[in-house]
Design a protein around this ligand. Structure first.
Ligand code: FES
Length: 142
């Protein structure tokens, strides 16, 4: 069996939504301390709906495929829904990632959360800080 699913290869080689949004409403940047990879997500938000999303990822193929899939999954969705996006859902949408690559999808989840938090902070919107707890990856224990 191939290590990576066709969907992973597709999103890696034809990644969607790469780039920068000038005047983004929220920007989130996260890094994986273990591998040194970095992911940055830009959100354009109108009336609490994500109207555009772009990413820059300096990292492995799985991180790029995860970012590409994650941006597709949150585009056009309400901010509250984007916050619910888990790395598991991203990995499932990619038809799975190898176990040792699951942590790469966590970067996508965390970058989206960081961008939403930035949006809330910039716009003075109240939120529950526990939704944005940092530091540990509860999903993959990396
Ligand atoms: Fe670093 Fe995949 S190995 S994010």
């Amino acid at each position: 069996m191939a290590l990576y699913s066709e969907k992973v290869m597709d999103h890696f080689t034809h990644h969607r939504n790469v780039g920068v949004i000038e005047n983004a409403d929220g920007v989130g940047e996260v890094g994986n301390a273990k591998c040194g990879d970095i992911m940055k997500i830009y959100l354009k938000i109108d009336n609490d709906v994500i109207t555009d999303v772009k990413f820059e990822t300096f990292g492995c193929g799985s991180a790029i495929a995860s970012s590409s899939m994650a941006t597709e999954m949150i585009k056009g969705k309400p901010v509250s829904e984007a916050l619910q996006l888990s790395n598991k859902a991203v990995a499932e949408a990619l038809d799975g990632l190898p176990a040792h690559k699951l942590h790469c999808s966590v970067l996508a989840e965390e970058a989206i959360k960081a961008a939403v938090k930035d949006y809330y902070d910039r716009h003075g919107i109240a939120y529950d800080p526990s939704e944005f707890a940092e530091g540990s990856c509860a999903h993959c224990h990396e």
